[in-house]
Write a protein that binds this ligand. Structure first.
Ligand code: GLN
Length: 342
């Protein structure tokens, strides 16, 4: 009996080792030339695609040149491969959300995310007020507006300035450089933020917001207005691929033991009510934003970032999605094996 159990364990260990070895052999097989080939290939294949439209519920986002398109891969050892527009600074928007969730994890542990925000997908749009009424957790997860405003409110701060400095400093640590808020984007969003204001107040009413609601709204809106380029976004993702250490600066931003929980949130909720569809077709933990950015993480290996302002109705960048699906498919790096779910 004991021997049988032991031999089972031994064979399990052997097959696990085999899996690990085959995985790292696979990782090692991706050469610089391969990375550049898929980045160029994705850019070429989708650059002329005009489907979708800029976000316009934040008026200024409608003025961003829609044809801009950038694709960047950053590896866990800091190598960069890029095609198209990689220097244009666009607003980070919801791509910022998992990174602020990471700040809460770093300061208070992953349990705070589960207990004070939630980790379930909503199955509803990112700005849903309905989700807040039908789920007991109210904020539901850090990728939707409610959960992201709650995350900002959870930062332990003694003033609004302190709260902002911590949120901004954390995103800068992920990007590996000083970043600027796009003040026009901030003004445009804050002046029209009635829906998010309602969300902040409702959360406060349900005791699921942990600071003054208007302060949380302002800091959240500023966070969404941070200007980044496609390369910054790739480095932010590569920091997660590199177990929480920025590959360019060498700074540890998140403890490696918390990276799996953060990536799990991105996989389950990063595309809102399209998250299932996304994992089906690309198989990578990712986050999108209405500014047109997407970052996808291949754990332990590299990140893919894209920028393209035209969105689908769920608020996700169409060319960005296609480019990442293409790259993930070409390199066969979907989390559960090479995805064929076109
Ligand atoms: N700042 C935006 C908002 O609150 C972020 C939404 C997004 O990128 N999906 O509506």
């Amino acid at each position: 009996m004991l021997n049988k159990a032991r031999s089972r364990i031994v064979s399990l260990v052997i097959s696990l080792c085999f899996l690990l070895v085959s995985h790292s052999v696979l990782a090692a097989q991706i050469s610089s030339a391969d990375f550049q080939r898929v980045v160029d290939g994705a850019y070429k294949k989708f650059k002329d695609l005009k489907e979708g439209a800029n976000a316009n519920y934040i008026p200024i986002l409608d003025t961003v040149p829609s044809d801009l398109f950038g694709v960047v891969i950053a590896t866990r050892d800091g190598k960069i491969y890029s095609a198209g527009e990689t220097r244009y600074e666009f607003s980070i928007q919801s791509v910022s959300k998992p990174f602020t969730a990471s700040l809460i994890m770093a300061q208070q542990g992953p349990r705070a995310i589960r207990e004070k925000i939630g980790v379930e997908p909503t199955g509803l749009p990112f700005n849903s007020r309905l989700a807040l009424e039908i789920y007991d957790s109210r904020s539901v997860n850090p990728s939707v507006n409610a959960g992201a405003i709650a995350a900002v409110s959870l930062v332990k701060a003694d003033s609004e300035k302190d709260r902002w400095n911590q949120v901004n400093g954390n995103i800068e640590a992920y990007a590996g450089r000083k970043l600027k808020v796009l003040e026009e984007v901030y003004d445009s969003e804050y002046e029209t933020a009635w829906g998010n204001r309602a969300i902040a107040n409702l959360l406060y009413n349900y005791e699921r917001l942990y600071s003054d609601p208007e302060e949380a709204l302002r800091v959240y809106t500023r966070q969404c207005s941070i200007g980044i380029n496609t390369k910054d976004l790739a480095i932010m993702g590569a920091t997660l691929a590199n177990e929480g250490t920025n590959p360019i600066t060498g700074k540890k931003v998140l403890n490696s033991e918390h990276v799996p929980e953060l990536l799990a949130i991105m996989a389950a909720t990063g595309f809102y009510d399209e998250s299932g569809e996304w994992m089906y077709s690309a198989g990578l933990p990712s986050k999108t934003g209405v500014g047109g950015g997407i970052v996808a993480v291949v754990p332990g290996q590299f990140a893919i970032a894209t920028f393209s302002p035209r969105l689908n109705p769920a608020g996700n960048s169409i060319r960005g999605m296609k480019a990442i699906q293409f790259i993930a498919g070409e390199l066969g790096v979907g989390l559960y094996g090479p995805n064929k779910g076109e």
